[in-house]
Design a protein around this ligand. Structure first.
Ligand code: NDP
Length: 483
């Protein structure tokens, strides 16, 4: 095993009791490394170390926290190409996306470096004479972070950065399928002048290390991104321990394409949002709800666009769509293709496994047409390069279809009508609304999150992140009379 193999506790790199091999999904002969899996004892040590380090960090003050976060962010941005290449190699997104993700992760740190300095409170007059009130935000304590593989650097960054900025300690359980990215980020954090134990990396299987972490009463807050079933079990554990919790989960993001929309732009945005990142984004456009007047023309061009996409090795020049992340994800995707067909949807292109010069999990982007919103392919998150077209007779019908979902993360409308765009923004039940833009693609300085089964708890990102990573304290002070 390598020296840094996935477990960083109390300021030390440690070996795991067991290890797992990590292979490149673009080329299964490429072994990236063998990575340690934390034991229950190591997890307990990490939690104890975090508990001890947190007050020290909190007392270190906002200038110190700012400086540390700024250094982490600056290094991530400077090394975006190098770390992005590693990310693309293990996760499978094309190099430009891997590099972009690492740069974005850096921006989360530099943004929250400044937020550390902007931790303002409130002053109030008491209703009782002679008493002054102040309202401050304090660190929550020890934050458990459980993150997924699809954005293995950016998602932890948008959780770790505010956690540290506001004075918390972190115990991070990354996705087990992307350990190298987790180590790259941890190495940068570990080099900073921070108390030993402030930041801990405990790699290992979710059902074991992850489960123990989120069930631990030594955790004050849990931030999770991943699937709905795991989210539900985390919510149940959090309620048992009365632990603060925040979760971002799946979605079935609709994109309305109206009869007054720019057709070429609509096709480009739909293809980008449906197939970018191999469809493995919680913001992917998986339900394209298209006005009947332009339906046929839109579908024809979308199929052309899907067929033209270059699927291949993530690190190969010109690749637009990388492989699916894992064999189990590919198997699930292919099962959804069969399910869609059995439900009566018409598969217009793609949906099959592709051969490439290297053995990998390549899949052709798929478009289903003639689908109904009650089909399972339109109700369940597939996390695949697969999108469904649903025909609608009017804007009102399209909006009703869009809102008929348990999820509500992002939602888009392509239209030339300000009236429709404004109505959509007001009446679509989703956390993020996109007008004449893809459903995927958000900024780093404003809140991100959704409604329904997509999100639970306070929003992530931007200054709204303070709601989760701080606890509000109201102090009443009776100074007394000057004698
Ligand atoms: P999971 O929800 O299983 O994994 C997300 C994270 O949770 C990983 O770190 C995982 O660890 C961990 N985890 C798993 N089980 C537990 C548990 N019992 N207690 C605590 N932590 C746990 O998602 P998958 O990666 O398995 O993906 C499955 C599906 O989830 C996808 O097909 C997609 O639909 C959805 N998903 C949605 C994401 C989003 O951004 N909304 C992101 C990723 C997935 P480990 O890696 O070891 O399993």
């Amino acid at each position: 095993m390598t020296a840094n193999n996935g477990i960083y506790i109390a300021g030390r790199w440690e070996n795991g009791t067991t290890g797992i091999e990590n292979r490149n999904p673009s080329d299964l002969s490429d072994v990236i490394g063998t990575y340690g899996q934390a034991s229950a004892t190591q997890l307990d040590e990490a939690l104890a170390a975090a508990r001890a380090a947190q007050p020290v960090w909190s007392r270190a003050g906002v200038q110190k926290r700012h400086d540390v976060l700024m250094a982490i962010g600056t290094e991530l941005m400077a090394r975006a190409e190098e770390i992005g290449r590693l990310l693309s190699r293990e996760e499978g997104k094309p190099l430009a996306e891997g590099k972009g993700e690492v740069y974005r992760a850096g921006q989360f740190f530099t943004y929250f470096a400044a937020e550390a300095l902007r931790l303002h409170g409130d002053l109030a007059e008491s209703v009782r004479p002679g008493i002054e009130i102040d309202v401050r935000r304090e660190a929550v304590g020890v934050v458990a972070i459980v993150s997924p593989w699809n954005f293995p650097v950016a998602t932890p960054a948008w959780k770790i950065a505010p956690a540290l900025a506001f004075g918390n300690a972190v115990v991070w359980k990354p996705a087990n399928i992307t350990p190298a990215s987790a180590i790259a980020l941890t190495e940068i954090i570990a080099r900073q002048d921070i108390p030993a134990g402030l930041f801990n990396l405990v790699s290992g299987p979710g059902r074991d290390v992850g489960q123990r972490l989120i069930e631990s009463s030594a955790v004050d807050a849990i931030s999770f991104t991943g699937s709905v079933p795991v989210g539900r079990s985390i919510a149940a554990a959090a309620v048992t321990n009365m632990t603060k919790v925040q979760m971002e989960m799946g979605s079935k993001n609709p994109m309305l394409v109206m009869d007054d929309a720019d057709l070429d732009l609509s096709v480009a945005h739909a293809a980008n949002a449906a197939f970018g990142g191999t469809g493995q984004k919680c913001t992917a456009a998986s339900r394209l709800i298209v006005h009947e007047k332009i339906h046929d023309a839109f579908v024809e061009r979308l199929v052309e666009a899907a067929k033209a996409l270059r699927v291949g090795h993530a690190l190969e020049e010109g690749t637009q769509i990388g492989p699916v992340v894992s064999e189990s994800q590919l198997t699930q995707n292919l099962e959804y293709i069969g399910l869609g067909q059995s439900e009566g949807a018409e598969l217009l292109c793609g949906g099959d496994r592709l051969e490439r010069p290297t053995e990998g999990y390549f899949m052709a982007p798929a478009v289903f047409a003639n689908t109904r919103n009650d089909m399972r392919i339109n109700r369940e998150e597939m996390f695949a390069p697969v999108t469904s077209v649903i025909k609608a007779g009017s804007y009102d019908e399209a909006l009703a279809i869009a809102n008929d979902s348990e999820f509500g993360l992002t939602a888009g409308i392509m239209t030339g009508s300000l009236a429709r765009a404004s109505h959509f923004r007001a009446n679509m039940r989703a956390g993020c609304i996109m007008v004449n833009l893809p459903t995927a693609g958000t900024d780093y300085h404003v809140p991100f999150g959704g409604r329904g089964s997509s999100s639970f708890g306070p929003r992530e990102q931007g200054r709204y992140a303070a709601e989760f990573y701080t606890s509000v304290k109201t102090a009443y002070v009776a100074a007394g009379d000057v004698s």
